[in-house]
Design a protein around this ligand. Structure first.
Ligand SMILES: Nc1ncnc2c1ncn2[C@@H]1O[C@H](COP(=O)(O)OP(=O)(O)OP(=O)(O)O)[C@@H](O)[C@H]1O
Ligand SMILES: [Mg+2]
Length: 309
């Protein structure tokens, strides 16, 4: 494979089908508008965000059945280079429905398809043949995969000197941190869960991030704080960036947009301060759009210029 500097991995992608409808009433036929299809899943969204910023990445993802074929087509249409690992079981579909009368969004998520043993081996093979500077591991793990699967991926990537960036939660996150990665982006709730507490104050967030760095779990810890913004902690710096004021439409994809913005900024050799600023601007710009759409690059650039002052 030819060298690419950013690779994203989505083991549990989804074909997202979204629509609008007037009002949710049980027992009655609900007339939905024409559906829109989007390729979804952590790493895929990160690749889409990088593409919007004018960058390039290779998207590694699993694909099964006809939803998988549609997923591949959607990713090709975006002009994103991909490596597809075919699976016997079908790629899941998620359903997002927007109720016009109440402006409420309903998000129906389905379990990911079960990955078979030989398919898991193939995923690891693809990773061991990568030449890249950054590997973004994002999203949940499918059924049938052990919770240390991401950890195996991280070990394999690190053996090729690839910097691993992780956005996942729960046990897979816990395990991958035993190996140690370059950057993690938990939200404040995920960080609290990781260290086994109910909730965290801002000073406690900084302390927890520093502890993770001292333990060698990650070199950079970025904790996203929703509407509050985010905090980046490395060995040398702590940088808090408040989220700019924006009219929120939907927070879907805010976290993935943030990761996309940060990886793109890293690949452009920006400073860590600019990396977190770009991440926050992409995250906030994503909240300015409806549904599954990520962000408009004009919004990101305007917020970024305003932030730099
Ligand atoms: N309500 C909001 N207003 C402004 N910006 C927001 C809002 N919610 C999220 N953001 C922006 O998006 C970034 C990431 O959001 P958040 O902390 O909610 O991530 P997350 O919980 O991982 O999201 P996701 O649900 O997409 O996984 C924030 O740092 C912020 O810049
Ligand atoms: Mg998230």
């Amino acid at each position: 494979m030819k060298p690419t500097s950013i690779v994203t991995l989505t083991i549990n992608p989804s074909l997202d089908k979204s629509t609008h409808f007037p009002l949710l009433v049980s027992e009655q036929k609900i007339r939905c508008e024409k559906p829109r299809y989007d390729a979804g899943g952590g790493g895929i969204n990160v690749s889409k965000a990088i593409s919007k910023l004018g960058g390039k990445s290779t998207c590694v993802f699993t694909s099964g059945g006809s939803p998988g074929e549609l997923l591949e087509e959607l990713i090709n249409k975006e002009g994103i280079e991909s490596i597809v690992i075919k699976t016997k079981n079908w790629t899941r579909e998620n359903f997002i429905a927007f109720e016009n009368s109440t402006k409420s969004q309903y998000r129906f998520g389905f379990p990911g398809n079960e990955i078979l043993e030989d398919e898991a081996v193939k995923i690891l093979e693809v990773i061991s043949n990568l030449h890249a500077e950054y590997l973004v591991i994002s999203g949940s793990l499918n059924e049938g995969l052990p919770t240390d699967f991401y950890q195996k991926i991280a070990k394999t990537a690190k053996a090729s000197n690839i910097k691993v960036i992780v956005d996942t939660s729960g046990e897979p996150l816990q395990k991958i941190l035993e190996t140690g990665v370059y950057l993690i982006k938990p939200n404040i709730g995920e960080l609290a869960k990781l260290i086994g507490v109910e909730r965290l104050t801002l000073p406690e967030v900084e302390k927890a991030a520093q502890t993770l760095i001292e333990k060698g779990s990650a070199e950079i810890v970025v904790v996203s704080l929703g509407a509050e913004g985010a905090i980046l902690v490395s060995k040398d710096i702590t940088e808090f960036v408040a989220a700019p004021k924006a009219e929120k439409k939907s927070t879907v994809g805010a976290g993935d947009s943030m990761v996309g913005g940060m990886v793109w900024a890293l690949s452009q050799n920006k400073t860590l301060k600019e990396v977190i600023q770009m991440g926050v601007c992409c995250g906030t710009a994503a909240t300015m759009n409806e549904g599954t759409q990520l962000f408009k690059v004009e919004d990101v650039m305007r917020l970024f210029e305003e932030m730099k002052g």
